[in-house]
Design a protein around this ligand. Sequence first.
Ligand code: HEC
Length: 144
Amino acid sequence: MKTVLKAMLLVGITTAAFAHSGVKDPDVKARMHLMGQIGTATGVLGNMARGTLDYNAEAASQAREALIKGGNAIAAAFQTEAHDPKTEARPAIWENWPDFVAKAAVLEDAARAMDPGSLVGVRTGMGAIGKSCGGCHEDYRVKK
Ligand code: HEC
């Protein structure tokens, strides 16, 4: 199980690095990196919920912590209106800043509400976490 998790994390990191190649703006790079970490943690919990990764309380707890911290870090990471040809962030973020920040808080709250202490807890909590990603991407991330 540990090997599987390590492999998944490696895949996550490699994918993120690939997606960021050619991004020059440091703020854009940093926020993409943050989203990549959020994506990796969500992947761990989602795969446990789906049963493609063995449930492990410690790994689930760490991934939840990463989502709480990650959700909390979104506002600061996007505060500067930075642009890059490769960005998927829509300018609407800075036109509706309070709404964007509220949507980041939805993720943080959903992660806090998850009980990582059991597989049922992970499964139950994943619904709201998954919705929080879509709730923000829908309005503020370019669909590619
Ligand atoms: C408050 C808004 C918001 C929330 C909540 C949010 N995202 Fe994002 N996400 C974005 C924006 C904006 C981008 C595009 C960033 C850019 O390209 O500059 C993005 C990009 C991404 C990317 C691509 C990163 C890359 O390598 O370029 C991934 C993966 C991602 N999000 C996963 C998630 C997951 C999984 C969740 C939920 C657990 C989530 N996001 C929640 C706004 C959000």
